[in-house]
Design a binder for this molecule. Structure first.
Ligand code: AMP
Length: 506
């Protein structure tokens, strides 16, 4: 089944319902959105020569046309290649070359960047241009049949380790991911509104399918991205707003709401994931916004779907294990099996650390043009996530750090997150990232990069306070050897802290 079927179905069943909004302004209902996707599919086929299985890239910041481009590509049986719009021209050139995408749907402000990355000028389709609007009103293409295991999308890994690889997400993967949203994340109602505050090329965009299926509203902020004040205003204007946000975005939203004396009304569900949410930040978020949060843990290789920590579990403060549970990433999604294994893939005993492995319908078909990496990552029929974690006796998974981020000092493993959680307890610490620095005596030593809350500091007294805090909470050997106070942490456009870059600073 072609994943574009979800839109086709909603265009029939929910034709009159509002589908796409630019800010709070309605652009298209579902009937129009379906007709536009079918016509644009016809344009891709007739004018651009896109055949089933061809790759078509989308290189754009969030914009209302993003959704119609995505669904038009699938409608035509082609493979979408959503590209992070903040990529450097060199990285974009790699994605275009590797995927073989000749046609690129690009927003006007990124046209030059696409040119410098070597995109074929004849293949550029300018989103929102007069030609695009014209094409969206053209003759519809009959939806191309797709087998469930055919590739629907190539998702390029963020490449914090090595060159980005194209994850082959099949129609089956995307459909299973969509169903998993309803079973384990949220029950979408037709008057809900999904707001795209995080990049649509990544997780936020993947949540369009569940909302498409239910005939809910899709809201693209005027800013095209994350702006806390704008989101709060949209929540008031549009109502029942749901969003996917990286933990750093949640933190900024919560800070804004607290500073302006607001509350969470207008927001329905805030799904967070993509990186660790620290317990202290989460407590503050719940206290400020209420019962709105759901956590997911996923990766491009099993999109948005490995584990989830449900609203009820997050709110069940009377539960004797609540503290541990909110520090976990929840339990396996219903449609996947999750286990924790040693280097030989043997399942670890409950509570012990190992690599997180996943099997199920959301797991990718492999990496594009990369049989070696595919065989390595999918060996034995399980996805090897590269994440380290442990399962408790009730099936809750607690992640440590990615294996490459673990610090080995004097032969002992130190998990940066544990140290970060402690440092964040200090009121002057806004953000922190702990990494290892090579050391002749110890192999590695612990270094903490710290962002101050309020004025930047370089104060030995404060370092001593942080030391004392660590000594109160964790083993002495885990204490940072140095604190580097920085104005901000380097992050990628999805809000993930770039530990590789921090290590290179050292
Ligand atoms: P990506 O494929 O770019 O979405 O990155 C996926 C990686 O982000 C995972 O392998 C984890 O290391 C990390 N990640 C995703 N969700 C979470 C979460 N809820 N908590 C901690 N780390 C996460």
């Amino acid at each position: 089944m072609n994943i574009a079927h979800l839109l086709q179905r909603s265009a029939l069943v929910h034709g009159e319902r509002p589908a796409v909004l630019a800010g709070s302004r309605l652009l298209h209902d579902y009937r129009q959105l379906g007709a536009r996707a079918a016509a644009l599919a016809g344009h891709l086929r007739g004018r651009c020569g896109v055949r089933p299985g061809d790759r078509v890239a989308i290189f754009a910041a969030n914009c209302p046309e993003y959704l119609e481009a995505l669904h038009a590509i699938h409608w035509a049986g082609a493979v979408s290649v959503p590209v992070n719009y903040k990529l450097h021209a060199r990285e974009l050139a790699h994605v275009l070359g590797d995927s073989g995408a000749r046609v690129v749907c690009v927003s006007a402000e990124l046209r030059d960047a696409a040119f410098s990355a070597g995109a074929d000028p004849a293949g550029l389709q300018l989103l929102g241009s007069p030609a695009w609007s014209q094409a969206a009103l053209g003759a519809p293409l009959a939806m191309e049949e797709r087998a469930p295991d055919e590739v629907a999308s190539l998702f390029y890994t963020s490449g914090t380790t090595g060159r980005p690889k194209g994850v082959m997400q099949t129609h089956r993967n995307l459909l299973a991911m969509t169903m998993a949203y309803f079973t384990d994340v949220d029950d979408v109602q037709p008057d809900d509104a999904m707001v795209y505050a995080a990049p649509m090329s990544h997780g936020a965009g993947l949540y369009n399918y569940a909302h498409m299926l239910r005939g809910a509203r899709h809201v693209v902020p005027q800013s095209g991205g994350f702006d806390a004040a704008e989101l709060v205003q949209l929540a008031a204007d549009v109502g029942r707003l749901s969003l996917f946000a990286a933990p750093t975005m949640v933190q900024r939203l919560v800070e804004h709401v607290r500073a302006t004396g607001g509350d969470g009304s207008g927001f329905k569900t805030i799904v967070y994931g993509g990186g660790p949410m620290y317990v202290d930040d989460l407590r503050r978020a719940i206290a400020t916004m209420g019962q709105k949060f759901v956590q997911i843990y996923g990766q491009g290789e099993s999109p948005m779907t490995i584990t989830a920590l449900a609203r009820e579990q997050l709110m069940d403060q009377q539960h004797p294990r609540w503290e541990q549970r909110i520090a976990s990433v929840g339990v396996a999604h219903a449609c996947v099996e999750v286990r924790v294994a040693d280097a030989e893939d043997r399942t670890m005993p409950t509570g012990e650390l190992g690599e997180v492995l996943v099997r199920g319908d959301t797991v990718m078909a492999g990496y594009w043009n990369n049989p070696e990496a595919t065989a390595q990552t999918l060996r034995g029929g399980w996805l090897h996530t590269g994440d380290v974690g442990s399962l408790d006796e009730h099936g809750f998974l607690t992640l440590r750090d990615r294996s490459k981020d673990v610090i080995i000092s004097g032969g002992s493993n130190i998990y940066p997150r544990e140290v970060e959680e402690v440092l964040l307890l200090h009121p002057r610490v806004r953000e922190v990232a702990v990494v290892g620095q090579r050391d002749a005596d110890w192999g590695e030593v612990v270094i903490a990069f710290v962002v101050a809350d309020g004025e930047p500091v370089a104060d030995a007294g404060l370092d001593a306070e942080l030391d004392a805090l660590c000594l109160d909470h964790i083993a002495r050997f885990k204490r940072p050897k140095a604190y580097r106070w920085v104005p901000e942490l380097p992050k990628n456009s999805y809000g993930k802290v770039l530990k590789t870059e921090l290590r290179s600073w050292l």
